[in-house]
Design a protein around this ligand. Structure first.
Ligand SMILES: [Zn+2]
Length: 49
């Protein structure tokens, strides 16, 4: 399972409909709203560097 970086829900990579690639990493989301929020400000959710 992957963790939705926006809401911290578990998301199954095999069935995830919403995903986004950022800096070579694939992130999975539970809903289009989470994907959209992430894409608007990815650094705010992954909090690295
Ligand atoms: Zn979510």
């Amino acid at each position: 399972m992957a963790i939705d970086p926006v809401c911290k829900m578990e998301v199954d990579e095999k069935t995830a409909k919403f995903k986004s690639v950022y800096k070579g990493e694939t992130y999975y989301f539970c809903a289009p709203g989470c994907k959209k929020a992430f894409e608007e400000k990815p650094e705010g959710y992954i909090g690295q560097e």
